[in-house]
Design a protein around this ligand. Structure first.
Ligand code: NZQ
Ligand code: ZN
Length: 389
């Protein structure tokens, strides 16, 4: 196990009706909030009204900025920064999924900074301060509600770079609180639910697939989260209003990406970095992109750490350990994983999303290239795209 410095400072307020506590949670940070949300789903089912009521009761004044679109860009971040300055906003309250929360995080680091917020993603400056962010989560997937990451897309010479909003001082953007009411997720369409399941599993697996040895506790915790998401994922796909199953998935989504499961180990994160090129250019759902890339990445790298892929197959997918052919066991695990993704209705090939081969080299060249199981090269990434075709 490697040394680590783990600090997850997000207060989690979990359960039925918890959005009513929004006013109390916000007022700990001041009296003016920027209410940030997406394309309107929060208004359709009454969440918006309940949040406004709670904020009013707590004496919190609100400024509003809706319209965040999936795979967020910087236009709205700039608007939010302007509003925060004009109205001396004390906290940004993000109500929605990962895209809304990430946009809120961009606003949070941009508002107190005199220069261009893009300086942080372009590595021209390091963020030193940020407005506090609070989240009311409506889609368990990205884990942004308690993660120290945010992703947004900016263009340079016509290429859409989907990149981290900050590369240092990550702790600045970790939300101060996250309100998690599983009831709010019952309105999710099946495809979004499935994308969320895939993303949550991917956050665990990016950390599970490490080359660091002797990390048994985090291995076992990760396997528990994966099994919980698989079991309850199957339930919510059939029974979208099953509160208990929705609750398991929602809590798993935060645990998967608050870095607890990354303690003492080097994560891989190659699949995520490759996927960001896909959703950056073709604007597909991040979870769907991962369903295409992750199995292909596995097929490309499993021989680099066969033992770990055997462990994944046996412990997560209940594959019989074939001691005469560990390779066979590992491949069976990958096959079961891919089958599960199909079962919940996700694409597992680029062609299913009409993504052609013409930009493979370009995307491979531009993509970030991390890797613990295998440090990626552009050549590896092209091979992965071919396996995903
Ligand atoms: O815009 P609205 O109207 O809210 O509709 C959204 C959106 O169309 C809808 N939705 C959300 N909650 C709903 C609902 N529809 C019905 N009922 C509800 N309860 O779902 C659609 C997708 O929302 P979005 O926020 O884009 O999805 P998700 O939460 O998957 O976030 C994806 C973004 O997060 C990034 C992804 O790359 C992508 O840009 N990620 C952020 C991470 C982080 N900050 O730590 C880590 C992840 O790996 C990921 O990269
Ligand atoms: Zn993800």
């Amino acid at each position: 196990m490697e040394n680590f410095d783990f600090w997850c400072g997000t207060r989690i307020i979990f359960g039925r009706g918890t959005e009513k506590q929004a006013g109390e949670a916000v007022s700990m940070y001041g009296k003016t909030a920027l209410l940030h949300y997406g394309g309107g789903s929060i208004k359709k089912w009454g969440l918006y009204d309940r949040v406004i009521k709670s904020l009013n009761e707590a004496g919190v004044k609100t400024v509003e900025l809706g319209g965040v679109r999936p795979n967020p860009t910087y236009e709205l971040i700039y608007e939010g920064i302007k509003l925060c300055r004009e109205h001396s906003v004390d906290l940004i309250l993000a109500v929605g999924g990962g895209s809304v929360i990430d946009s809120a995080k961009g606003i949070a680091v941009g508002a107190p900074y005199e220069g261009d917020v893009l300086d942080f993603t372009l590595k021209k400056a390091v963020a030193k301060e940020a407005l506090p962010v609070g989240a009311i989560l409506t889609l368990p997937a990205a884990g942004s509600e308690s993660s120290q990451y945010a992703v947004a897309t900016h263009e340079v010479d016509g290429y859409p770079y989907k990149r981290d909003v900050v590369w240092e001082n990550f702790h600045l953007i970790r939300p101060k609180f996250a309100i998690l009411n599983p009831e709010l997720t019952c309105t999710l369409p099946p495809f979004q639910t499935a994308c969320g399941i895939c993303d949550i599993m991917a956050h665990v697996m990016e950390r599970y697939f490490t080359s660091v040895k002797n990390v048994e506790l985090t291995d076992r915790l990760s396997e528990a989260v994966l099994k919980t998401v698989i079991n309850n994922g199957r339930v919510v796909m059939k029974e979208p209003e099953n509160y208990d199953a929705r609750a398991e998935i929602m809590w798993a989504g935060s645990v998967a990406h608050n870095d607890l499961l990354g303690t003492g180990r080097q994560p891989d994160f190659a699949s995520h970095m490759i996927e960001h090129e896909i959703s950056g250019i073709y604007d597909i759902a991040h979870g769907a992109g991962l369903a295409i890339i992750f199995p292909a990445w596995m097929k490309h790298v499993y021989k680099n750490n066969l033992d770990r892929f055997v462990q994944f197959a046996v412990r997560v997918w209940n594959v019989d350990h074939n001691f005469y052919s560990p390779e066979q066991t590992a491949l069976e695990g990958i096959e079961k994983y891919e089958k599960f993704l199909k079962e919940i209705g996700l694409p597992t090939r680029l062609s299913e999303e009409n993504i052609p081969a013409d930009r493979f080299e370009e995307m491979a060249e531009k993509a970030m290239k991390p890797g613990s199981i295998k440090k990626m090269t552009a050549k590896d990434i092209v091979e992965i795209f071919k396996l995903a075709s």
